[in-house]
Write a protein that binds this ligand. Structure first.
Ligand SMILES: Cc1cc2nc3c(=O)[nH]c(=O)nc-3n(C[C@H](O)[C@H](O)[C@H](O)COP(=O)(O)OP(=O)(O)OC[C@H]3O[C@@H](n4cnc5c(N)ncnc54)[C@H](O)[C@@H]3O)c2cc1C
Length: 428
């Protein structure tokens, strides 16, 4: 008897957890991703700031499902879906048929239409982005070391846009990298002149967190030397400067864009209803209303929470919705029904740097400082995919903590197979 073919597009948190639920179930599963690896996005900023190697935060998808005989993997970029023919179109001109489809393509950078942002700012969404930021930041120091006059042109001014967890973590890690490591690496350079400016539109960093966490994060950032600009917006990004809404022009060659996300652009071409941020509107059991054989999960789905507001685009929502959809498909196969998806909020955390983090946990437990930092380290290790990665990250963190050193301060120009335009972007 032919077994139904379940195609999962996207090997992120949601797609992987969905596939795990289908291992050894009476279905054939194909996971498709444009990369042959899963990326642990919450630690990308550590790759960007030379804290971890790229292989620490990524894991080959085939390795995850080595022992799962009913799960296959295929590298490829999906460019469209023919819902009537139940077929995916791939960028290489081939196609792939499915009986049940799971769309778990995640989100991408939202430039919010800011002039020059897409051309000149550095996104931090994938592994290539993180390596590109690392290359660029270290290159600025190398250039300034050769020619100190570059400092006046803002070579060592680093603007981080967006005061959410990614922006806070990146700004904190950059100041630590400069003070802890570059001050020793670049002995002839006045590394103290390097500035990190964090620009946030609202009047607090870490918007969704408690007031206590927000205050703690801001104080810690400022204590570490980050210039925190609240209630400020960037209106234009150029190759050598950013313009703020207040009219101030900051000379800089580095704008790290951590300002927001929107749904994967594939959502825009599917002719389905989209909600806020381009996310695909789904039923309470995470299907597309007009195509019940298609599930959508994680960052790509507009999932309503208990209060009616959309659930945040975070790892826990992706993992729980992935698991739910996997179980749902397995139950369907057995002729059993499934209730609506229910999200269990396990809290949220962000780190500012050495010994400093914030964690808002269920039951109004609020942690700050060292305790929150240890909790943050522990949870990130726990959720990393692959024992080897966990061990390697543990060793890297332990080494950095004890020696005040950092690991891969390497300038390696990546070959970006997904975006030739970006790969050929000249180094500024
Ligand atoms: C820098 C950064 C830091 C973050 N930090 C945190 C954090 O600290 N805590 C937290 O909870 N959340 C964090 N998040 C959010 C969290 O990572 C996401 O919510 C989560 O990854 C969403 O999972 P997903 O499975 O929906 O999508 P993703 O994990 O984004 O996976 C999508 C997958 O789809 C693939 N794909 C995309 N388009 C195509 C295509 N056309 N064809 C084939 N494959 C495709 C991608 O390669 C990717 O593997 C962070 C995100 C970023 C970018």
């Amino acid at each position: 008897v032919a077994r139904p073919h379940v195609v999962i597009v996207g090997a992120g948190f949601g797609g992987i957890d969905c596939a795990k639920e289908l291992v050894n179930e009476p279905v054939d599963v194909t996971i498709v991703d444009r990369h042959n690896f899963h990326t642990f996005q919450p630690l990308l900023y550590q790759v960007a700031t030379a804290g971890l190697s790229s292989s620490d935060v990524a894991y080959p998808v085939r390795g995850i499902f080595q022992d799962a005989t009913n799960v296959r993997f295929r590298t490829g970029t999906v460019t469209g879906v023919d819902f009537d023919a139940k077929r995916l179109a791939m960028a290489d001109g081939t196609d792939l048929s499915y009986d049940t489809l799971v769309l778990a393509l995640g989100a991408t950078t939202n430039w919010f239409g800011v002039d020059g942002a897409a051309e000149h700012a550095f996104p931090l969404y994938g592994l290539e982005d993180a390596i590109r930021v690392r290359n660029h930041v270290i290159t600025q120091f190398e250039h300034a070391d050769s020619d100190a006059r570059l400092l006046e042109g803002g070579a060592l001014t680093f603007v981080v846009l967006g005061g959410g967890p990614t922006g806070v973590e990146t700004a904190g890690a950059l100041t630590e990298l400069f003070g802890m490591v570059f001050a020793k690496d670049f002995r002839r350079l006045d590394v103290g002149a390097a500035r990190v400016v964090l620009v946030e539109m609202t009047d607090a960093v870490l918007g969704p967190f408690s007031g206590r966490a927000q205050r703690h994060a801001r104080e810690q950032l400022q204590r570490r030397g980050v210039d925190v600009r609240l209630g400020e917006r960037v209106t234009a990004v150029g190759p050598d400067s950013v313009t703020l809404a207040s009219g101030e022009v900051l000379p800089t060659r580095t704008v790290v864009w951590a300002a927001g996300v929107r749904a994967n652009p594939l959502a825009d071409v599917l002719d389905v209803e989209q909600g806020r941020g381009g996310r695909i509107v789904v039923t309470r059991d995470l299907r597309i209303p007009s195509h019940p054989e298609v599930f959508v999960l994680g960052d790509l789905a507009a999932i309503e929470g208990a209060g009616g507001a959309l659930l945040p685009q975070v790892a826990q929502v992706a993992k729980q919705s992935g698991k739910y959809v996997g179980k749902h498909i397995a139950r369907d196969r057995r002729g059993r029904t499934s209730g609506a998806f229910r999200y269990r909020d396990k809290g949220t955390m962000a780190t500012i740097g050495r010994n400093a983090a914030v964690a808002d946990l269920p039951l109004h437990i609020r942690l700050t400082g060292f305790v929150a930092w240890v909790a943050w380290l522990f949870l990130h290790l726990l959720y990393l995919v692959g024992f080897r990665n966990r061990l390697s990250v543990l060793v890297s963190w332990g080494w950095s903590y004890l020696t005040w050193d950092r690991g891969p301060r390497l300038i390696i120009e990546p070959v970006d197979v997904t975006s030739p335009a970006q790969a050929n972007r000249p180094e500024r």
